[in-house]
Design a protein around this ligand. Structure first.
Ligand code: SF4
Length: 471
């Protein structure tokens, strides 16, 4: 069991809080003080991370607020469900809120370590809080704010009427008669100021209730930022060997499923002779290695490993793999192939040496490990290609519009390689335009985390399209 007493509140003290969670919304001012199992610790942390990464990915892919909210609701229901008191009578509200509470504090600890991690965590947590706040009903919201003593001075009815022109003019979208206006220092609502959505006079901003979320999120951000700074000072004193490895590496954790040869059922049969027909379903990294294999009749060790394990993951048996690689290495003799390559192929299927059944590599390990040098073909094109080479390859493989090209390259510049890969998927599978138009929001997909997941998604999509076309 792990005691999470070490997680301190923003005042530095560990309070004994009421175990009940009266509200769905939480400012996470009071740390959890119970003991949890190491398994819960890990599962809670990784489940919350799924949600935060989904928020990041959806916003980087230029989705509307509505699309992001819909997507996050789906992902949250899967990993971190959190129902409102009002509509959640049939759900285990206490358990849901406990998980939300504890998982926030675990990630707070994991993400307090550097300025960059803190910024990332604050951004995604604020976005999550914002979505939840907007979705919450009015009474629950007000009760939560009262409990947090977040009451701002509001404009009296007479003052409101006397300023009607200025207030309406500042934000023509509001329903003036339905609004109450809060008076706050303009620094508290810089977001609204930059959007020119509030009236400002003498350093004060007049915020309509419909924009209250900005004020509340501002407060959430302020408190979280202070709490993270405090946690960063406490972090060096943590010496629990059971949790330190997870905390130190969580931002690089692979969050998807493991692909192994025998659980693949997405395509009927993969053989040495039909791999070429499937390349259209491959992610860019695998397309690149396949093209190079056909061109050079050879691939170096790490490319053979990366591509070979991917093919194994889509269902290529060891017998078919031996035929595939033998035919592909057409410029060498049989003897050389048997001596130098056949053993490694059988080894990767667990039939030689330690008899370990190797799994296909996920995106994290392709991106982070074994950087390709000159003449190497392995790696991730989004990470390892120069901008010019990537541009050419993207164009050759289906990205035709300049705006699409620019959108992908901008994401790559921000070093979000898996998000760029997801965007590439959406663009080349013609999902992008329908998502942008809002025709079909179901297509807002999870971020690609594994080349075999890319393949699976692509095959599934083409099956859906085929069955729709045949109707
Ligand atoms: S993000 Fe992953 S699947 Fe996409 S190209 Fe890079 S390594 Fe391949």
């Amino acid at each position: 069991m792990i005691s999470i007493r070490t997680i301190v509140s923003e005042t530095g003290e560990v309070k004994n809080h009421n175990q009940k969670y009266p509200y769905r919304l939480n400012f996470y001012s009071i740390p959890p003080i119970e003991e949890i199992t190491t398994e819960e610790f890990e599962v809670f942390a990784l489940d919350r991370l799924q949600v935060l990464k989904a928020i990041e990915s959806a916003s980087l892919r230029s989705r509307t607020e509505l699309q992001v909210a819909d997507h996050i609701r789906d992902i949250s229901n899967q990993y971190l469900p959190l129902h409102s008191t009002d509509g959640g009578k049939n759900y285990p509200l206490e358990q849901e809120r406990r998980k939300d509470h504890i998982s926030h504090f675990i990630l707070r600890l994991a993400y307090c370590r550097t300025e960059e991690l803190r910024k990332w965590f604050i951004k995604q947590e604020c976005a999550l809080f914002r979505i939840r706040f907007i979705e919450e009903n009015k009474e629950e919201r007000q009760a939560f704010l009262n409990n947090e003593r977040l009451n701002w001075n509001d404009l009296s009815q007479n003052e409101k009427e006397s300023m009607k022109n200025e207030l309406s003019h500042a934000n023509p979208h509001i329903k003036f008669n339905d609004e109450t206006f809060f008076i706050v220092d303009f620094e508290q609502v810089l977001d609204l100021v930059s959007r020119r959505a509030v009236y400002i006079k003498a350093g004060k901003a007049y915020v309509p209730t419909s924009e209250q979320v900005t004020l509340v999120v501002g407060e959430f951000r302020k408190r979280l930022s202070a709490a993270l700074n405090l946690a960063s000072r406490a972090f060096p004193s943590i010496d629990d060997e059971r949790i330190l490895p997870l905390l130190n590496n969580i931002n690089q954790q692979y969050l998807g499923k493991t692909y192994v040869y025998n659980n693949n059922t997405i395509v009927d049969k993969v053989t040495a002779d039909n791999v070429d027909q499937m390349v259209g379903h491959f992610p860019l990294c695998m397309q690149h290695m396949h093209i190079k294999l056909r061109e050079l009749h050879h691939l170096k060790h790490f490319a053979r490993m990366q591509y070979g394990l991917f093919l194994k993951g889509i269902g290529l048996t060891v017998e078919e793999a031996l035929i595939f690689w033998r035919k592909s290495f057409s410029s060498i003799t049989d003897e050389k192939f048997q001596k130098e390559y056949a053993y490694n192929i059988r080894h990767s299927y667990g039939m030689e040496g330690k008899r370990q059944d190797y799994s296909p590599l996920n995106c994290n390990s392709i991106i982070m490990n074994k950087q390709p040098g000159p003449g190497d073909q392995h790696g991730c094109p989004f990470k390892h290609f120069s901008e010019d080479n990537l541009k050419v390859f993207l164009t050759q493989t289906g990205v035709k519009k300049d705006e699409h090209l620019k959108a992908i390259l901008d994401i790559v510049k921000g070093k979000h390689y898996q998000v760029a890969c997801t965007k590439y998927f959406e663009i080349t599978k013609c999902l992008e335009d329908s998502i942008s138009r809002g025709d079909d929001e179901r297509h807002l997909m999870e971020t690609i985390k594994h080349p075999n997941n890319y393949f699976e998604q692509s095959v599934k999509l083409s099956k859906i399209n085929n069955s729709q076309n045949s109707k």
